[in-house]
Design a protein around this ligand. Structure first.
Ligand SMILES: Cc1cc2nc3c(=O)[nH]c(=O)nc-3n(C[C@H](O)[C@H](O)[C@H](O)COP(=O)(O)OP(=O)(O)OC[C@H]3O[C@@H](n4cnc5c(N)ncnc54)[C@H](O)[C@@H]3O)c2cc1C
Length: 435
């Protein structure tokens, strides 16, 4: 009899073999050398756990390419409940394992890793999460409810369909909403509108105890302010309500109105706002390391900083490679109740040294970075690191300054078993090591 199927029978056999072997790779195996008890395999979310080399390798590394910390498994959550259940499961273990949300893995020094624990690949929520929903209310105006896993580029595209846009951005838009809100989210617009964390109305957060909480300035405010700039220490952001304004169509005449200039010297090019905001692209060269340094510098010491850092240290370093960013902020646009820290002055500047290097050169750039921070220390210039990286608790206490006590109290309140985001090395330095 003729085969009714158009696919030859030997090809059918081939397809079955391929799909069977894929299942074997994807099914989690018992973790013999892991803190995680094997009965995790009988939980509802077990089918969304992966420990195959692809998943583990990706979750062990990040954009910086400087530090590797290997998790035991990676959760690709199919819903917020998977994350709640995972965190509760860890809390119920006699020795809890760490859990780290991973937005886009665009950290520089392993901040989204979870050695021997579980990395939550937030992109898993993009299929069944809340997505991006634009709304309006008489009291709030226009806003968007956005999944914590969403990328800012997608937020821009979705809101522009309504001729609306968030007011505060990052220079590069392929970053996750949860990831930038855990740091600050800064760019040229921050001087006028504040950082992204100043433009959030409400959050849904799963705390380190596995509780799902909605929070805002007026509801569960301790959690709300803790999470904004909180380096992933208090909870996993699963939804953010973000302020929207009418998207500007032409920025330039208004800006130039008060400036004096020689007319022949002006060069202007009109581009749609979507092209302007997504102007920064980056290569994905996985062999390059990115030993970046981002600092906030108080205005009162900017001349000393210029002489010591720009002229002397950077000027005499013969192999600076990568963009250098420098722009001002207005501290009034930052809310001091948030976890994010800034210099204690109304105006401060950010310096971003976005070095790229070969894997063997990164130490040279680290030496350069150390020279800069040591110079500031000696000269008494009270800089703060943005996207901070420290190895000792003492350095973290110094970084947070007067906010340290409240930061520690919030940790005890929302993540008392120190489960979340151990890659930041704030409370769990014993779990980490540099490579
Ligand atoms: C090319 C490039 C350009 C950049 N440009 C800018 C810029 O213009 N402005 C700026 O402010 N920053 C910028 N950054 C830095 C960026 O904000 C941080 O890297 C930030 O971590 C966002 O990256 P991510 O979404 O990949 O988060 P990840 O690196 O995945 O995570 C960062 C931290 O947040 C935690 N986290 C992630 N998701 C969540 C969540 N949903 N809830 C709670 N915690 C979470 C992680 O556990 C980790 O501790 C840039 C980075 C790169 C690589």
């Amino acid at each position: 009899m003729r085969n009714p199927c158009l696919i030859p029978s030997h090809f059918t056999v081939f397809l079955i073999i391929i799909s069977y072997s894929t299942c074997i790779v994807a099914k989690p195996r018992p973790w013999t050398n892991s803190l995680i008890p094997n009965h995790i395999l009988s939980t509802e979310f077990a089918s969304n756990l992966r420990d195959d080399p692809d998943a583990i390798t990706k979750a062990s590394n990040d954009y910086g390419n400087l530090i590797q910390d290997t998790p035991s498994a990676v959760l690709y959550p199919s819903s917020v409940h998977d994350i709640i259940n995972l965190i509760k499961f860890s809390n119920n273990c006699s020795t809890p394992f760490s859990v780290s949300a991973r937005g886009r893995g665009h950290s520089i020094r392993g901040q989204a890793t979870a050695r021997d624990g579980v990395v939550v690949e937030m992109s898993g929520l993009s299929k069944n999460g809340i997505g991006i929903r634009v709304s309006w209310s008489p009291s709030l105006g226009y806003y968007a409810d956005v999944g914590g896993e969403q990328l800012w580029i997608d937020v821009l595209r979705a809101t522009m369909e309504h001729d609306l846009a968030p007011v505060s951005w990052t220079d590069y838009l392929y970053l996750s909403v949860g990831g930038t809100l855990s740091n600050g989210g800064i760019s040229g617009q921050s001087f006028l509108h504040g950082p992204q964390i100043s433009n959030v109305l409400e959050l849904d957060v799963i705390t380190g105890k596995g509780e799902f909480m909605t929070c805002s300035k007026h509801m569960n405010s301790e959690l709300f302010f803790g999470v904004l700039g909180g380096l992933g220490q208090f909870g996993v952001i699963t939804r953010a309500r973000i302020i929207l304004h009418k998207a500007p169509t032409k920025e330039i005449e208004l800006l130039m109105k008060d400036l004096e200039f020689i007319p022949g010297f002006i060069f202007k090019k009109d581009v749609p706002i979507i092209d302007f905001l997504s102007r920064v692209k980056t290569g994905d060269n996985q062999k390059e390391a990115h030993p970046w340094l981002n600092l906030f510098v108080p205005k009162s010491r900017i001349n000393d900083f210029n002489a010591g850092v720009f002229v002397d240290i950077i000027g005499n370093h013969n192999q600076t490679k990568g963009p250098i960013l420098f722009y001002p902020f207005n501290r009034k646009k930052w809310d001091d109740r948030m976890s994010a820290v800034t210099p204690d002055e109304d105006i401060f500047y950010t310096l971003g040294l976005l070095h790229s290097s070969g894997p063997d050169e990164s130490e040279d750039f680290d030496k350069l970075n150390n020279k800069i921070t040591e110079f500031c220390e000696k000269a008494g210039i009270e800089i703060k690191q943005y996207l901070p990286y420290y190895k000792s608790k003492e350095d973290w206490m110094k970084h947070f300054g007067s906010k340290w006590n409240i930061f520690e109290e919030r940790k005890m309140k929302f993540d008392p078993r120190m489960i979340l985001s151990p890659g930041q090395r704030i409370f769990t330095s014993d779990l980490q090591s540099d490579i």
